[in-house]
Unconditional design. Structure first.
Length: 370
């Protein structure tokens, strides 16, 4: 609804600028405009009108680079308004609204570009040769529940996974009493040199927020920006890196099960429906219990090595990610829905719910959230 209102505002603002052009060339008698307008100024009014209409079109098409066009148009518009202040002063209100929205959208654009640059660098060194297939002999050393799971997900006799792209929708929140922020996200993981890039667009109390997880060169950071500019979470350091190491292993289990042949994983203490595993990376050894059902599905992952953080404080609670709704993603059977839960002393805290929208393996070009 707000998007439609903004499009109407920008479009109407552009059409109003046409009045200055019509008056200057005497194409119409505009009685509301009492101050004379020269023909050169009239051309500028026409330029602004076309510019605002184009801005409205680009915004409606979700082209988040439209602020770069809007800023010079707003400058021209405001100069013209000042020159005809008595007649056009209320146009300043529309310009301020458009400027504020443009600044917010520009913040998202710049964060998206940062994400794209990081992914592009990682993709340059990612090997996506699909001639090497995952075969039965490659999984013979794995515990039987993991073998069953790899067969269930249709990972065998397909190319070994070197990277993946995933897209999610869902919600996140920072405390049990809060409602979920609706979100869309895009994620890339690479496995030659393990790295993870997670970009999130969300809304909190109707206001846009962006988040960026970066795990590369054995160091992790997590930053969230309100209005796409103001940092509200800035998590980094050893506890953040340890937590992201757990997340990286969790991704391998649920999103890219073919990577469970990785030599950094040590398997132990297995029975029919549970396996204990350790994953060594970035100077940490993180552990988790994987739980399977009789159908062969991996249904939960529990680790005591991940931290809940607000960017300043870190709390160590058991972390679990129960999944459900297995479905087909490009020929692979993967979960369609996941919950993210910290098992706190005062009760389970579900801080995230994610719906898997898309998963692609061995990508060699960047894909978008939308």
């Amino acid at each position: 609804m707000l998007k439609i209102i903004f499009i109407i505002l920008v479009g109407a603002h552009g059409l109003i600028h046409l009045l200055g052009f019509l008056k200057s060339f005497q194409f119409a008698d505009i009685s509301q405009l009492t101050i004379p307008i020269s023909r050169s100024a009239g051309v500028a009014w026409l330029f602004a009108a076309i510019g605002f209409l184009l801005v409205a079109l680009l915004f409606s098409l979700d082209k988040n680079w439209w602020p770069w066009l809007a800023f010079p148009i707003l400058l021209v518009s405001q100069i013209l308004i000042i020159q005809s202040w008595a007649d056009a002063k209320f146009g300043t209100i529309a310009n301020i609204i458009i400027l504020l929205v443009a600044v917010v959208v520009l913040g998202e654009f710049l964060l998206q570009r940062r994400f794209d640059e990081l992914v592009s660098k990682a993709m340059e060194i990612s090997i996506t040769d699909e001639s090497e297939l995952l075969l039965e002999k490659d999984i013979a050393h794995l515990p039987s529940p993991v073998q069953r799971y790899l067969r269930y997900t249709h990972s065998l006799n397909k190319p070994k996974v070197k990277n993946f792209f995933a897209r999610f929708s869902g919600g996140m929140r920072g405390a049990p009493e809060e409602s979920f922020m609706q979100l869309q996200s895009a994620q890339y993981n690479f496995y030659q040199t393990p790295s993870r890039y997670f970009f999130m667009k969300a809304k909190k109390m109707g206001l846009p927020a962006t988040g960026l997880h970066v795990f590369e060169n054995e160091r992790a950071t997590f930053r969230v920006y309100m209005l796409n500019w103001f940092p509200v979470v800035d998590a980094q350091g050893d506890k953040m890196t340890q937590s992201e190491t757990v997340t990286l292993f969790n991704d391998m289990c649920f999103i890219a099960p073919a990577t469970l042949i990785d030599k950094r994983i040590t398997w132990s203490d297995a029975d029919h429906n549970r396996v204990h595993a350790s994953f060594k990376y970035a100077g940490f050894v993180v552990q988790a219990d994987l739980f399977f059902n009789d159908e062969g599905q991996l249904v939960n992952f529990i680790s005591n090595d991940r931290y809940h953080t607000d960017g300043k404080n870190y709390w160590n609670y058991p972390w679990e990610t129960p999944v459900s709704d297995y479905k087909d993603f490009n020929g692979y059977r993967l979960p369609g829905f996941a919950k993210l839960i910290y098992k706190r002393p005062d009760g389970d805290f579900t801080y995230g719910e994610l719906k898997f929208e898309e998963v692609r393996y061995n990508v060699n070009e960047q894909l978008r959230i939308n």
